[in-house]
Design a protein around this ligand. Structure first.
Ligand code: HPA
Length: 268
């Protein structure tokens, strides 16, 4: 673990208290408001040296440490993406800090485009696996043998089962599906979407995969949920833009929040 991560964890504990965090939540585009639901203390990324700027509109660049449905969590209100800096490991430091705060689990959320007609805008998808369509990897340059991270069951089967249980209890439809990571920041072409679909992906987005790889590298269990903000390029006449993503995210976000709350309540 880097010294910087240890120092930052100490700084955060000094502000938010020493009690160990159980779960880290990373919030995607249009989902940043969930951080406001946590009964805790918000610390701006800007106060944490080395933290990413998370400068994408629709994100909320604070870490909030406190209780959410009775579980001590650290909520990352914004994430850094590969496309902002050209660095695949842009979220490494925040995840190292999460581990230092005591967490054993990371749950990522994101906005994604759908390749499945029965998974329309406004629906949510629990990731069962991913395809790293970018060819990038956040562990490039990591010198230790720990870099050879096994990725079978990277999306923890028990957490997925518990998330599905929470969705059922909340009467929220949540599909299972495979997420393809596209580097962005431009959206995909229709030909790329046809290709990714043929490879077996159900949804596409510009995040999450590097975080899941890093989480597994750090020994954190991982899970992720997408909110579908649009049909992927060429799948419908629907507009695709960041504005549209932000406008549509709240529909799925309300469902996602119900699932997360139910999942955490059952843990507490
Ligand atoms: N493609 C990539 N990322 C996205 C999309 C998409 O269609 N929608 C939301 N994030």
């Amino acid at each position: 673990m880097s010294k910087n991560a240890k120092d930052l964890a100490k700084q955060i504990k000094g502000i938010a208290g020493d009690a160990p965090v159980r779960i880290g939540l990373i919030l995607g585009s249009g989902l940043g408001h969930i951080a406001n639901e946590v009964d805790g203390i918000a610390i701006p990324y800007a106060d944490l040296p080395g933290f990413p700027h998370a400068g994408v509109s629709g994100h909320n660049p604070n870490i909030v440490v406190g209780a959410f449905e009775g579980v001590r969590v650290a909520v990352f209100g914004g994430r850094a993406h590969y496309y902002e800096s050209g660095r695949g490991d842009a979220m490494r430091l925040p995840l190292e800090v999460l581990k230092e705060l005591g967490a054993d689990t990371m749950i990522a959320t994101n906005a994604a485009g759908s390749m499945q007609p029965d998974m329309p805008t406004g629906s949510i998808m629990c990731l069962s696996d991913h395809i790293n369509f970018s060819g990038l990897n956040p562990l490039i340059g990591e010198p230790t043998d720990a870099r050879f991270v096994p990725m079978k069951d990277a999306y923890d089967p028990q957490i997925r089962a518990d998330l599905h249980k929470a969705a059922e209890a909340a009467q929220v439809d949540m599909a299972d599906g495979i997420y393809a990571w596209y580097s962005g920041p431009s959206f995909e072409t229709p030909a790329e979407i046809r290709a990714i679909k043929m490879l077996g992906a159900d949804a596409v987005g510009m995040s999450t995969v590097p975080e899941v790889i890093l989480a597994r590298f750090l020994g954190l269990k991982a899970a992720a949920i997408s909110t579908i903000t649009n049909m992927a390029a060429g799948m419908s006449d629907e507009a695709i833009s960041h504005e549209h993503t932000k406008a549509m995210a709240p529909i799925g976000a309300a469902k996602l929040e119900k699932v997360l709350r139910g999942y955490l309540r059952a843990l507490s």
